[in-house]
Design a protein around this ligand. Sequence first.
Ligand code: ATP
Ligand code: MG
Length: 467
Amino acid sequence: MMPAMEQYPYIITVSSEKGGVGKTTLATNLAIFLKALHEDLPVTVFSFDNHFSVDKMFAMGSGSPRGDVADLLMETPGVELLHTGQYGVNYIPSSTALADLKGSVRSPMTLARLFSLSRIPGIVIVDTRPDLDILTENALYAADRVIIPVKDMPSLENCRNIFNLFDRRGLDKKSLTLLPCLIDSRIKYDGPFRDQKTLLKAYAINRGYRCLDTFIAKSPKVESLNTNPTGKIFPILTHARGTDVHHQYAQLGRMLLDEFTATTEPRSHLFHQWLTAEDARKKESFFARLTGLQPDCLFCGRPLVKERREHASHYFATSDDAACGLLGEECFTTFLMTAIYQMDKELPVDDPTRLIIEETARESAFAFKPAENGSGTMVEFHRFDLSGVRLGTKTYPLREFAGGILARKPDPLYTLINRTLAGYGGELRDAFLLLYPVNRETPEAVLQEESYREFNRLRKRVAEQLT
Ligand SMILES: Nc1ncnc2c1ncn2[C@@H]1O[C@H](COP(=O)(O)OP(=O)(O)OP(=O)(O)O)[C@@H](O)[C@H]1O
Ligand SMILES: [Mg+2]
């Protein structure tokens, strides 16, 4: 086994939207044949269906339960869910909870990610429901090899949906292969298409679908394997010796083993590398953004990033990204009271009015945009909710000092605008300033990938409304 395959599994997905074409029979028996052909190779099988065929075939006695497919989807590492089953095959028990869980799986890439972190060695075979639901989509996306059993024209027509799905998602269709199944060898035709298998293959090729070289015949012996007094399902390997189907499964198994051996990097490994690179990229951008932050409170000059003596309430950034940083909650509330709400006296920190202002601010984004009018520089002030809906607007004159001649103090609005929007020569840049609420405990989290994207979305909506 290639080193990569010791913890990055090679995935074979068996899928078709058509019911009763032999998917589960194929998935389970293939696992047994692969294991028989290559004893050292770990082989695992599980199903997204709730028929428990996998369990009926592989369960041994009543071992202690170790979780099931639902746990896999809920992020338990796959390797911790492997049950040692009959015939040396590992399995992950089926679950009845998948219908409910499905709603929480939104991305078609979830299973690929889970496999890449699963540490499951060798080959994993995934049996799917006769349905192109989100779990099937995930199983298709994660697969190195997809086998689509077709038994007749309707099931062949149905393949189109899988191929279309790959087209829509821009995925390589190379992994998709059809396998004629449940072929009745007694049916013969005149002309070039001698039998069902040849006919199906011709139709498949005509539609641009790749077909495996082998096929699986219909056999009454195989059909009888899941009906017996024990309630178990018997495998073809041990209970249908000497049949054509036995021979065909062995052939299919050898072919897939060859493919597996020729694969140096299974998709789960590539996906893992991609995730790691993506993670590194995210961290890098986060640290780049963090180093760009102005370290001290704009109003009082106290450090906010390194030593956190005061809680930060808002992240600020200009529309041209020339300045960004954090604002301390106390300073910012005082600023809102004096400069914006123009209250003439400062309220103590526990004053109810002050607390209400603080609370409203935590749910709001604020934009400031300088504008010239005939008599001087004005600042447009806008309040937005976090989805970008504008809740209020007001214009203020921009003055360097507040108060009368005798009680001259620097005007906090002037401080805010000047420290963030002043250009090289002192004039104000053609940009706006946006203040965005942050988590008081972890204000830097706003710079992490998802939150930062959220902030940028809001900034874009605000920009559209300020022009
Ligand atoms: N080679 C075969 N010869 C005869 N019968 C077979 C063969 N393979 C599978 N069957 C039978 O066909 C029926 C359907 O098979 P299976 O359950 O594997 O199909 P499926 O595609 O998984 O169905 P579903 O879509 O309902 O999950 C079963 O009764 C099974 O025993
Ligand atoms: Mg099935």
